[in-house]
Design a protein around this ligand. Structure first.
Ligand code: UFG
Length: 341
């Protein structure tokens, strides 16, 4: 097995799609997951896409001794090139209700993984961060020079904290090379519909709720507010296809390989902002399926508008998003239909 890369949260939404891109780029993904917000079915889908059984360890990265035991086991089977760290809780609303759960899991996992990296002499680390670190941005599009602002939620603070922990560790003398990947809004699914986003319970994010509402599985979609200072009054986000996002992780790993110790942030988005109503219209165009929806109240904590200036990722990593909003929405819909079946 060559170029083995540890993928924490490997059964999760972005982790599983990144495992596909890694395998297609000559890496061997080694997946870690505790199924706290994913299911073993993702591994079945992955196996079908990859054509082989990926290496997998069921482990909670916040449990230091369990993590070290898993790492020991992985190391005994061959060398490891680097770590991509996805494993984290990510529901903004839940994080305001259960902040300690978020700090305990998201921060502890990152600290323990860095301790493990140092113990096993691993020096390449890609961190799954979020544009949430920018809070309510002053200027859009947002580039990496934008100030880190007051986070809107405990979830957001965990991303800011983990970025800081990584930066401090990189500056501590250990020869760590880290890329902080700040995602905008990942959507869509692998075009095979064998893996995709699997929100357990009531979906909080727009696209899983929208596809479930369109499939008749949920009440009509509530558009959270149409009185924002945007052209149609609804919030604007930068929706990026998860396969484009997955490709960026491979680009980051390849870039890190030839770097001196560093800790660099990169925005990953399309550079295009779309309102909630525009997303509904794009979905209807792409699929021919109507989205039952109604305008509701604003959701607390939502920023009005945010989209990426991803020029740095293009210039430094040679990465740019390729898929359109319609392609992403069609893939999300095909995945929803595969789930229904
Ligand atoms: N929305 C609705 N109705 C819904 C769900 C969402 O109108 O049922 C709207 C939201 O108000 C927002 C947009 O759709 O305007 C996107 O909402 P999501 O919940 O899908 O995504 P967010 O932009 O709120 O959150 C995303 C990530 C977080 C990250 C945040 C940073 O999910 O991890 O971006 O801005 F922290």
């Amino acid at each position: 097995m060559k170029n083995r890369v540890i993928v924490t949260g490997g059964a999760g939404y972005i982790g599983s799609h990144t495992a596909v891109e890694l395998a297609q780029s000559g890496y061997t993904p080694v997946l870690l997951d505790n199924f706290s917000n994913s299911t073993p079915a993702a591994l079945d889908g992955l196996r079908e896409i990859l054509g082989f059984e990926p290496e997998f360890e069921q482990v909670d990265c916040a449990d230091k001794s369990a993590l070290f035991a898993a790492m020991e086991h992985i190391a005994s089977r061959g060398t490891v090139e680097g770590i991509i760290h996805f494993a984290a809780f990510k529901a903004v609303g839940e994080s305001t209700q259960e902040p300690l759960k978020y700090y305990a899991n998201n921060v502890a996992s990152t600290v323990h993984l860095l301790e493990a990296a140092a113990h096993f002499n691993l020096t390449e680390f890609v961190f799954s961060s979020s544009c949430t670190v920018y809070g309510q941005p002053e200027h859009i599009p947002v580039d990496e020079e934008a100030p880190i602002r007051r986070a809107e939620s405990p979830y957001g603070y965990t991303k800011q904290a983990c970025e800081r922990i990584l930066a401090d560790f990189c500056a501590s003398g250990y020869p760590m090379k880290a890329a902080l990947l700040r995602y905008f809004n990942p959507i869509g699914a692998h075009p095979s519909s064998k893996i995709g986003e699997l929100p357990l319970g009531h979906p909080n994010n727009l696209i899983p709720y929208l596809t479930q509402a369109a499939a008749g599985l949920r009440d009509p979609l509530t558009v959270f507010g149409n009185d924002y200072p945007t052209p149609d009054g609804t919030c604007i986000r930068d929706y990026i296809h998860v396969m484009d996002l997955a490709r960026a992780h491979v680009a980051a790993l390849q870039w890190l390989k030839n770097q001196p110790p560093t800790c660099e942030p990169f925005n990953l988005g399309t550079g295009q902002g779309n309102s909630v109503l525009e997303v509904i219209q794009a979905f209807e165009r792409a699929t021919g399926v109507a989205v039952p929806h109604a305008i509701g109240a604003r959701r607390p904590g939502d920023v009005t508008a945010i989209f990426a200036d991803a020029t740095k990722a293009q210039n430094v990593l040679g990465w740019t998003s390729e898929k359109t909003l319609e392609e992403a929405l069609l893939d999300a819909w095909n995945w929803q239909q595969a789930l229904n079946n």
